[in-house]
Design a protein around this ligand. Structure first.
Ligand code: GDP
Ligand code: ZN
Length: 461
């Protein structure tokens, strides 16, 4: 494929002092060569691939030195985009970097659109769609655990799984094809149906295994929407503050995107907690009085996790009981706070109300019980899946939706056979399953979808 040469500021993750201007395309090396001057004269057109060069950038119009730089030359196809890639490392702030970018654009590069580097990697066949989406997840990852999931996906773990499943389907379809070509043999028909059922059941179980990880995957990706509730003065604000202090808050600041709500994330043992609308919580201290109000119910309904705080030093009130009522059927952790003060609360009654849900006792004042709290948060969402390393999580909602549809298609295969439908009818559903799985990795996806997906990216990626 032929593309023009693009450029953008592409600051490495977690790095502040150094900024990178990245170019990709046929003209990348000639462009940098026109403005680069090394202490000992050399042409970047002739240097070996994957080498780094120290020198200065010169504005050709004024012959002025613009910036001291390190330039990496990487020739395609052994690059992320499979095209020639040049990275200009410059230290210094926004002004310098922008000047370097401007200089490069003046020489004929075009400013890249958000995600365009990754899009090229996809279009040039370097990565498939699920890997491209993983790049985006990686940029947005909020904890190491989330980052590992994205990395696994970027390395193509999900892609390989999907490819294997599709291969199985193709083999099955081949057998069906034989049956359609030789309809006169009765036992072939019977055998074909048996193979179809076996394969369909196998594929169904693999799909549901993947779908089972989607809950955790989604949490890792988007954070666990967490709401702290409780009567006034039980210690909600104290809990919030201590969670934020103990677990360095993750401030999301995705370049190139606007955010209308400020969300606070804290990293609790690899689980990103998204403290939902914390400003709202602060305002609705008296959530009990307002619990009838539709809005507070809405906040509760949208939460993945509710931390219900009670006071160890006071008897359980009818307000507390109402709170239990309001969070029926939700994931809650009951926190009995202020254990440094004498016990007045009836703990056995609380256990009764909590049922199978965890009850943790804390003294936030004396920093007691917070470890147990974090442990139960982590256990609640990663029960039985200790190693994130070897599990393929499906976290992307597009993938989850497609897997759900593929699951329905494979169900249709099974009910079709059961109801004695002719194999060529059943074959249609099996083929649909194959196509749906293909969409996950970008086979047969529509061009407008590709544009839309890549437009969600950040600049410079
Ligand atoms: P909120 O109204 O639920 O947000 O409660 P706050 O976090 O504002 O706390 C109310 C009061 O209880 C404050 O004076 C806190 O210092 C105090 N407090 C919070 N946690 C504890 C605790 O574990 N033990 C004791 N003794 N006091 C606490
Ligand atoms: Zn408060």
């Amino acid at each position: 494929m032929e593309f023009d040469t693009i450029a953008a500021i592409s600051t490495p993750m977690g790095e502040g002092a150094i900024a990178i201007v990245r170019l990709s395309g046929d003209e990348a090396v000639p462009i940098i060569n026109k403005i680069f001057k090394a202490p000992v004269e050399k042409s970047l057109l002739e240097v070996p691939s994957h080498t780094i060069h120290y020198g200065h950038l010169i504005d050709p119009r004024t012959q002025q030195i613009v910036e001291e730089v390190m330039v990496s030359i990487m020739k395609g196809p052994r690059t992320f985009t499979r095209e020639d890639v040049v990275e200009i490392n410059c230290h210094g702030g926004l002004v310098t970097v922008n000047r370097v970018l401007q200089l490069v654009l003046n020489q004929g590069a075009r400013l890249a659109e958000p995600g365009e580097f990754t899009k090229r990697a996809f279009l040039n066949g370097r990565i498939d769609l699920s890997q491209a989406e993983a790049v985006m997840d990686l940029i947005r990852a909020k904890t190491d655990r989330a980052m590992n999931v994205a990395l696994g996906q970027m390395e193509g773990r999900l892609s390989r799984l999907i490819a294997t499943l599709r291969q199985e389907i193709l083999e099955t379809l081949a057998i069906v094809e034989v049956n359609i070509d030789y309809p006169e043999y009765d036992d072939v028909e019977e055998m074909t149906q048996q193979v179809l059922v076996e394969k369909a059941e196998y594929i169904k179980s693999e799909i549901s295994k993947l779908l089972q990880t989607s809950q955790q995957g989604k949490i890792l990706r988007e954070g666990l929407a967490t709401v702290i509730i409780g009567r006034p003065n039980v210690g909600k604000s104290s809990l919030l503050n201590s969670l934020i202090q103990e677990n360095k808050a993750i401030v999301t600041d995705i370049p190139g995107t606007t955010r209308d709500v400020i969300e606070e994330y804290v990293n609790v043992r690899g689980v990103p907690l998204k403290l939902v609308d914390t400003a709202g919580i602060r305002e609705t201290e008296d959530i009990v009085e307002k619990i009838g109000v539709e809005k507070s119910r809405q906040v509760l309904k949208e939460a993945d996790l509710i931390l219900l705080v009670l006071n160890h030093n006071e008897e359980l009130s009818s307000d507390d009981e109402q709170l239990f009522e309001a969070v029926k059927g939700m994931d809650i952790i009951v926190i009995v706070n202020k254990t440094d003060l004498p016990q007045k609360i009836d703990l056995s009654r609380i256990r009764e109300l909590a049922g199978s849900r965890p009850v943790v006792t804390t003294s936030i004042l004396e920093e007691q019980g917070l470890d147990e709290l974090e442990e139960s948060i982590s256990a609640l969402f990663f029960e039985g899946s200790v190693q994130t390393g070897d599990l393929t999580y499906v976290s992307n909602s597009r993938h989850i939706a497609l897997l759900g549809q593929a699951d329905m298609a494979v169900n249709d295969v099974l009910t079709g056979v059961e109801n004695g439908l002719p194999v060529d009818m059943v074959q249609i559903d099996m083929t649909r399953c194959w196509e749906l799985l293909g969409e996950i990795i970008g086979d047969s996806v529509h061009e407008s979808l590709i544009d839309q997906l890549f437009s969600q990216f950040c600049l410079g990626k």
